[in-house]
Design a protein around this ligand. Structure first.
Ligand code: SF4
Length: 130
Protein backbone atom coordinates (compact mmCIF):
# COMPACT_ATOMS: atom_id res chain seq x y z
CA UNK A 1 0.00 0.00 0.00
CA UNK A 2 2.79 2.38 0.97
CA UNK A 3 4.46 1.71 -2.37
CA UNK A 4 1.24 2.62 -4.22
CA UNK A 5 0.93 5.88 -2.23
CA UNK A 6 4.59 6.66 -2.95
CA UNK A 7 4.05 6.04 -6.65
CA UNK A 8 0.94 8.23 -6.70
CA UNK A 9 2.81 10.99 -4.85
CA UNK A 10 5.73 10.70 -7.27
CA UNK A 11 3.34 10.92 -10.22
CA UNK A 12 1.66 14.02 -8.75
CA UNK A 13 5.03 15.63 -8.02
CA UNK A 14 6.20 14.78 -11.50
CA UNK A 15 3.02 16.23 -13.04
CA UNK A 16 3.46 19.38 -10.93
CA UNK A 17 7.06 19.69 -12.07
CA UNK A 18 5.95 19.23 -15.67
CA UNK A 19 3.35 21.98 -15.22
CA UNK A 20 5.98 24.23 -13.63
CA UNK A 21 8.43 23.49 -16.45
CA UNK A 22 5.77 24.26 -19.07
CA UNK A 23 4.89 27.50 -17.31
CA UNK A 24 8.57 28.46 -17.11
CA UNK A 25 9.05 27.71 -20.81
CA UNK A 26 5.96 29.77 -21.66
CA UNK A 27 7.33 32.71 -19.65
CA UNK A 28 10.70 32.42 -21.42
CA UNK A 29 9.02 32.24 -24.84
CA UNK A 30 7.10 35.44 -24.17
CA UNK A 31 10.24 37.13 -22.88
CA UNK A 32 12.39 36.05 -25.86
CA UNK A 33 9.75 37.08 -28.40
CA UNK A 34 9.25 40.37 -26.55
CA UNK A 35 12.97 41.09 -26.89
CA UNK A 36 12.47 41.05 -30.66
CA UNK A 37 9.72 43.66 -30.88
CA UNK A 38 10.87 46.16 -33.47
CA UNK A 39 10.68 49.19 -31.17
CA UNK A 40 12.58 47.47 -28.40
CA UNK A 41 15.23 46.08 -30.76
CA UNK A 42 15.63 49.43 -32.48
CA UNK A 43 16.68 50.96 -29.18
CA UNK A 44 18.65 48.05 -27.67
CA UNK A 45 20.48 46.85 -30.81
CA UNK A 46 20.46 49.60 -33.46
CA UNK A 47 23.59 48.14 -35.07
CA UNK A 48 21.84 44.87 -36.02
CA UNK A 49 19.69 46.14 -38.86
CA UNK A 50 19.53 49.09 -41.21
CA UNK A 51 15.81 49.33 -40.44
CA UNK A 52 16.66 49.91 -36.76
CA UNK A 53 19.11 52.63 -37.64
CA UNK A 54 16.57 54.32 -39.91
CA UNK A 55 13.74 53.79 -37.41
CA UNK A 56 11.49 52.31 -40.12
CA UNK A 57 10.49 48.65 -40.14
CA UNK A 58 10.53 46.68 -43.39
CA UNK A 59 6.71 46.36 -43.06
CA UNK A 60 5.60 49.97 -42.60
CA UNK A 61 2.01 49.07 -43.52
CA UNK A 62 1.59 46.58 -40.69
CA UNK A 63 -0.83 47.69 -38.03
CA UNK A 64 0.56 47.27 -34.52
CA UNK A 65 3.95 46.01 -33.45
CA UNK A 66 6.37 44.33 -35.84
CA UNK A 67 8.24 41.43 -34.28
CA UNK A 68 11.66 40.66 -35.78
CA UNK A 69 12.38 37.20 -34.33
CA UNK A 70 11.28 35.45 -37.54
CA UNK A 71 12.95 37.85 -39.93
CA UNK A 72 13.18 34.99 -42.39
CA UNK A 73 9.74 33.40 -42.63
CA UNK A 74 9.75 29.69 -41.68
CA UNK A 75 6.82 29.16 -44.05
CA UNK A 76 8.79 30.17 -47.14
CA UNK A 77 9.20 27.21 -49.45
CA UNK A 78 12.86 27.35 -50.41
CA UNK A 79 12.79 23.82 -51.90
CA UNK A 80 11.51 25.32 -55.14
CA UNK A 81 13.64 27.63 -57.22
CA UNK A 82 10.67 30.00 -57.60
CA UNK A 83 9.88 29.83 -53.87
CA UNK A 84 6.36 29.71 -52.50
CA UNK A 85 4.36 29.79 -49.32
CA UNK A 86 3.89 26.53 -47.42
CA UNK A 87 0.66 27.82 -45.83
CA UNK A 88 -0.68 29.63 -48.92
CA UNK A 89 -0.91 32.90 -47.04
CA UNK A 90 -2.91 35.39 -49.11
CA UNK A 91 -0.42 38.11 -48.05
CA UNK A 92 2.12 36.75 -50.54
CA UNK A 93 1.97 36.94 -54.31
CA UNK A 94 3.83 35.92 -57.43
CA UNK A 95 6.18 38.40 -59.02
CA UNK A 96 6.63 37.70 -62.71
CA UNK A 97 9.65 38.64 -64.79
CA UNK A 98 11.06 37.03 -67.90
CA UNK A 99 14.63 37.15 -66.55
CA UNK A 100 13.76 34.89 -63.59
CA UNK A 101 14.69 31.19 -64.01
CA UNK A 102 11.03 30.08 -63.65
CA UNK A 103 9.61 33.34 -64.96
CA UNK A 104 8.30 34.12 -61.48
CA UNK A 105 9.28 34.24 -57.83
CA UNK A 106 7.26 34.24 -54.61
CA UNK A 107 7.10 37.75 -53.18
CA UNK A 108 6.36 38.19 -49.46
CA UNK A 109 6.84 41.94 -49.29
CA UNK A 110 3.17 42.57 -48.39
CA UNK A 111 2.89 39.77 -45.85
CA UNK A 112 3.37 40.41 -42.16
CA UNK A 113 2.58 36.86 -40.97
CA UNK A 114 6.02 36.06 -39.46
CA UNK A 115 6.14 39.46 -37.75
CA UNK A 116 3.21 38.80 -35.46
CA UNK A 117 4.11 38.01 -31.86
CA UNK A 118 1.66 35.08 -31.69
CA UNK A 119 3.28 33.46 -34.74
CA UNK A 120 6.79 33.78 -33.29
CA UNK A 121 5.57 32.35 -29.96
CA UNK A 122 3.87 29.44 -31.76
CA UNK A 123 7.13 28.54 -33.54
CA UNK A 124 9.14 28.60 -30.32
CA UNK A 125 6.49 26.39 -28.64
CA UNK A 126 6.84 23.93 -31.52
CA UNK A 127 10.64 23.87 -31.11
CA UNK A 128 10.41 23.30 -27.35
CA UNK A 129 7.46 20.94 -27.54
CA UNK A 130 5.40 23.14 -25.22
S1 SF4 B 1 5.99 35.80 -45.43
FE1 SF4 B 1 3.80 35.29 -45.70
S2 SF4 B 1 3.56 34.75 -47.87
FE2 SF4 B 1 5.76 34.71 -47.39
S3 SF4 B 1 6.18 32.56 -46.91
FE3 SF4 B 1 5.76 33.62 -44.97
S4 SF4 B 1 3.57 33.36 -44.61
FE4 SF4 B 1 3.95 32.85 -46.75
Amino acid sequence: MLKVVKNVCAAILSANKMDQAKELIEQRIKRIVGEFDFERRRISHPEECLCYLEGKSCHPGKKGEVNCLLCYCPEYDSDKIEGGCKINNPGGKWFYHKSLPQGKIWDCSDCDHPHQREVAEKHLRKIWGN
